[in-house]
Each structure stands twice: as C-alpha cells, then as structure tokens.
Design a protein. Structure first.
Length: 102
C-alpha cells in the first residue's frame, strides 16, 4: 500500500517532533562560547561522542524530513493531475480505508 497524503503528513509530523527534540539539545550548544564548548565536550571522548551523535541524528532526521516533503509534493501533484484529467479520485488510489489491527 502506498502512502496517502494523510499518512505522509503523519510521518512528517513524527519526524518533525523527533527533530525538534534533537535540535533542542543543539540550541544549548548555540549559546555557548567556543571555550565553554571545548570545556564541556572536549574534555572526554564520551562527551564528544554524545554531541557527535546529536549532530548526526539531527542531520539524518532533516534528510528524512526533506525526502518525506518531496514525496508529499509528488503525491499532491499526482492528485491534481488526475483531477485535471477527469479521473475518479475516490477509487482507492489516493484514499484508503483504515485497517484496524486489534
């Protein structure tokens, strides 16, 4: 089953939440001087690895977010194109019933 507009928006919202939480840690670094940063994160490999993982996670989430936005844009173009061509939009191609898992 391909993603619908709703499921793509849901995925983007989830990634945005994770990205916000990760960037919240990085904004703390933003307010530091280089000397403060070096004192806190340069004092041990463990601390340096911690901040590296935070930067890496933020970058990975941003790439994932951008890919989802592109996929959503492509889905919207497909819907609009189908509508312009007079296709029936309620044929299961763009809207799918929810499947209960209980």
């Amino acid at each position: 089953m391909s993603d619908t507009v709703g499921s793509l928006v849901d995925k983007i919202a989830t990634v945005n939440g994770k990205l916000f939480a990760t960037q919240d840690k990085l904004f703390y670094v933003r307010k530091m001087s280089f000397e403060e940063f070096k004192e806190i994160y340069g004092s041990s490999d463990e601390k340096l690895k911690e901040i590296y993982e935070c930067f890496k996670t933020a970058a990975d989430l941003n790439v994932q977010r951008q890919a989802l936005i592109l996929e959503l844009d492509q889905k919207l173009v497909a819907i609009v194109s189908s509508a312009i061509n007079g296709e029936n939009l309620d044929n299961g191609k763009f809207i799918q019933d929810q499947h209960k898992t209980y």
